[in-house]
Design a protein. Structure first.
Length: 201
């Protein structure tokens, strides 16, 4: 399922981080990795360096090619979330976006939101958001999947199951029942019932 992976990059992601992510995510499987270098708008006038910090981008691509992967690169200026979403909607689209999150707190997050959060909300393809505390070791031993048992919430399951197959992960499905659930029809119950989820596994 992960035939084409889009990895947006700021100046903070090292070659080792990207390679560790790809190796941890794919193990020995083959895929195309699209590296998107993101730069602020003011760098456009400077002819902002597309080499991801003094050659790190090309060094990263070379290392990925040594792993047997094909790669491509892109350079984007301005609003990072908009540029990532534009890349997602281009042809051919990625099957997964892997993005490192940035910690935001307080009013800054309320007014601007995080890039990862905006991409997650609007992306038509699965997004893997990676905590900045995770460095170069990526393991998916247990995957927690919150579900409200609405049909839309189960659309994540194919990506989850593919990741679980690659990593022989334990998959934990969690459904929290509200104390005062809203009434719904029998048909909605069929769509939300645990049996409907089990049928997808």
């Amino acid at each position: 399922m992960f035939e084409r992976i889009l990895i947006p990059l700021s100046a903070q992601e090292s070659k080792e981080w990207v390679v560790g992510l790809v190796r941890g995510l794919l193990r020995d499987r083959r895929a195309h990795v699209d590296l998107l270098q993101l730069l602020p708008e003011e760098r456009r006038a400077e002819g902002g360096a597309p080499d991801h910090g003094g050659g790190r981008l090309e060094a990263t691509r070379a290392e990925l090619r040594r792993l047997g992967l094909t790669t491509s690169k892109g350079l984007a200026y301005g609003d990072a979330a908009s540029e990532i979403l534009a890349r997602v909607q281009a042809e051919p689209p990625p099957s997964l976006v892997a993005i490192r999150t940035r910690p935001r707190k307080g009013l800054d997050r309320v007014l601007l939101g995080s890039v990862a959060e905006r991409v997650i909300r609007r992306s038509p393809v699965p997004v893997l958001a990676i905590d900045p505390a995770v460095e170069e070791t990526f393991a998916f031993t247990r995957i927690l999947v919150p579900l409200d048992l609405h049909p839309l919430s189960t659309e994540v399951l194919p990506a989850v199951l593919e990741l679980a197959r690659i990593h022989t992960s334990e998959v934990v499905l969690v459904h929290v029942v509200p104390l005062q659930p809203e009434p719904f029809t029998y048909r909605e119950f069929e769509l939300r019932s645990p049996e409907s989820v089990e049928a997808l596994l």
